[in-house]
Structures are given as structure tokens and as C-alpha cells.
Design a binder for this molecule. Structure first.
Ligand code: SAM
Length: 287
């Protein structure tokens, strides 16, 4: 078994390098030895797969990914962790650590250069302060990846995986379902991390769709409509769309009528098909 599943070893390496945790960078490192092997097993990687990891931290998940995948490229923002990772991952020849911000790095280029012709997946214990932006960036960029397996706060996992048209859904549910089929894999207690966060987490896998579930004339308008609809989720759609799209209420009501949706409906009741119908009506109204 790897030393990296031994919390005393990880603590001693971090201490040796004078490392202190940064709350601002969402640094809650995994210390439960069962979680990383499970994530590595379920992320869809095999000996011919390339893996991109976001935020390797001390390298506990990176280490497990390197044992199942052909190669791992880990993108870490905190420069202080580079010497730590050099030490903890020294036994592996198939890991490359890149010092960069995942929100800024060119991921298409990274895949083309590091994994030419290979199947690629993303796997990460995401920093909580940028969970949704990272997920949405990876999905919106339409990267040539098969799946995105990430640890997120339990509440975020529930929202992301909720089927559009159900009470638990939000703007992110519709956006994520447009690009992928999300699955909640397993829950992880707050005590599995050092330092322990206030809330539990969960691992989800977003299986990337080959084709979107609805067809749209202008994809960008779909996201504008969804965002506007959920901006004031307790309000009825004519009100929320009017405010969110900056159009008169009568115009919003007309869009709904054209889409065959009753004016008392709320965003959380809308299926992907209904959001698409509103989007198409909105598109037509702008021509
Ligand atoms: N993978 C490690 C683990 O599971 O123990 C650490 C996970 S910790 C929740 C998040 C990691 O993401 C930290 O190492 C943090 O420094 C890094 N990070 C934060 N913001 C980042 C960004 N914008 N780009 C890349 N890495 C980032």
C-alpha cells in the first residue's frame, strides 16, 4: 500500500516543507485511505487512458490515478506544493505536474500535447470556491474527454445531478445535463479531509454526451434563458424571464405561450425540452 494513504507520512512531508493550508485555495486534503482508490477505479481510466487532475494537493489522488492510468497530468495553482509533490510522487514516471490556474490554462492544447490520440478523463477533488466554474469551463469548452469525475460538496452534488423539472434542480442542473449525464457515485464524510470542512461531500461522474439531449438554433440563448429563469426561482416564469432577460413581462408571457407553457409555471418545473422550447421562441422573437 502506498505511503500516501498514511496520514502520518503526509503530515510529516507537509510539515517538512513548512506547508500551511490555505482556506482561500480550498485546501482540504483527503486523508480517508479508501476514497482515492475508489475515485481512481470509478473515473473510467484504464492503462491506455490519460487523466487530467485539477489540484493534486499532496498527491494522494494523483498517486492512485497513476496506478490505473497510462499518464496523469496534474494542474496545481499553489507553488508551495510543487516540492511536496516532487517528493510524494517520486516513485511514478507517468505523472506530470503543471504549475497553473485551471481556469486559465489552455486545456485543448494540454490534451493535444500530452495525450495525442488517447482516451482522456478528468478526475479531481475540486477546490470548493470554484466548483461550478471549473465544471462549467470543462463542459463548455467541449474538450475531447469521456468523463469528469469530481468530489464536490454534497449539496452541490445534489443540485448538479438533479433532473431538470424536479424541485431540487437549478440552473447548473440544466447546464450540466445539456453536456453530460451526471451520476452520484458515493458520499464522503467531512471527517475524511484535513482540515475537515463543515459539510459532507460526494463524488459525482459526468458522462459526456456525444449529442446534446435537445436541439437548439443558438446554444448560447439556452444558457441565458436557464440562468434568467432561475435568477428568481420562487417567482413565476413571466416575472423571472422578464427580469433576467431584460424584456417586458408581456413579451416573456408571449414566449411562454408560444412554447406551450402555462404562465404560472416556475423554473424548477421546466424539463430540458421545455427550456429548449422557450429558447427557440426567444430566438424567433429576436429575428
Ligand atoms: N487532490 C488533493 C486531495 O484530494 O487531497 C487536494 C484537493 S484540495 C480540495 C484542492 C486543490 O486544488 C488544492 O491543492 C489547491 O491548491 C488546488 N487549487 C485551488 N485553486 C486552483 C486553481 N485555480 N487551479 C489549480 N489548482 C487549484
Amino acid at each position: 500500500m502506498s505511503q500516501l494513504t498514511d496520514i502520518h507520512y503526509v503530515k510529516s512531508v507537509l510539515q517538512k516543507h513548512g506547508f500551511t493550508f490555505s482556506k482561500a485555495l480550498g485546501q482540504n486534503f483527503l486523508i480517508n485511505p479508501t476514497v482515492c482508490p475508489r475515485m481512481a477505479e470509478l473515473c473510467g481510466a484504464d492503462s491506455s487512458t490519460g487523466v487530467i487532475e485539477v489540484g493534486p494537493g499532496a498527491g494522494v489522488l494523483t498517486n492512485e490515478l497513476a496506478t490505473v492510468a497510462s499518464k496523469v497530468v496534474a494542474v496545481e495553482l499553489d507553488q508551495r506544493l510543487l516540492p511536496v509533490l516532487e517528493e510524494t510522487l517520486a516513485a511514478h514516471q507517468n505523472i506530470r505536474v503543471i504549475h497553473a490556474d485551471v481556469m486559465k490554462i489552455d486545456l485543448h492544447r494540454l490534451i493535444a500535447e500530452e495525450f495525442p490520440g488517447q482516451k482522456v478523463v478528468v478526475c479531481a477533488n475540486l477546490p470548493y470556491y470554484i466548483t461550478s466554474p471549473v465544471i462549467m469551463r470543462i463542459l463548455e469548452e467541449k474538450l475531447p474527454i469521456e468523463a469528469l469525475t469530481v468530489m464536490v460538496q454534497k449539496e452541490a452534488a445534489d443540485r448538479i445531478c438533479a433532473q431538470p423539472g424536479t424541485r431540487a434542480s437549478g440552473a447548473i442542473s440544466a447546464a450540466v445535463h445539456y453536456y453530460s449525464e451526471p451520476e452520484l457515485l458515493f458520499k464522503v464524510s467531512a471527517g475524511s479531509f484535513m482540515p475537515a470542512p463543515k459539510v459532507d461531500s460526494a463524488v459525482i461522474r459526468l458522462n459526456i454526451r456525444q449529442e446534446p439531449p435537445v436541439s437548439l438554433t443558438d446554444e448560447r440563448l439556452f444558457f441565458q434563458v436557464v440562468k434568467a429563469a432561475f435568477l428568481q426561482r420562487r417567482k413565476t416564469l413571466p416575472n423571472s424571464l422578464s427580469a433576467g432577460l431584460s424584456i417586458p413581462k408581456a413579451e416573456a408571457a408571449a414566449l411562454l405561450e408560444k412554447a406551450g407553457i402555462r404562465p404560472t409555471a416556475r423554473a424548477e418545473e421546466m424539463t430540458m425540452q421545455q427550456f429548449a422550447a422557450i429558447t427557440e421562441a426567444y430566438y424567433d422573437s429576436k429575428q
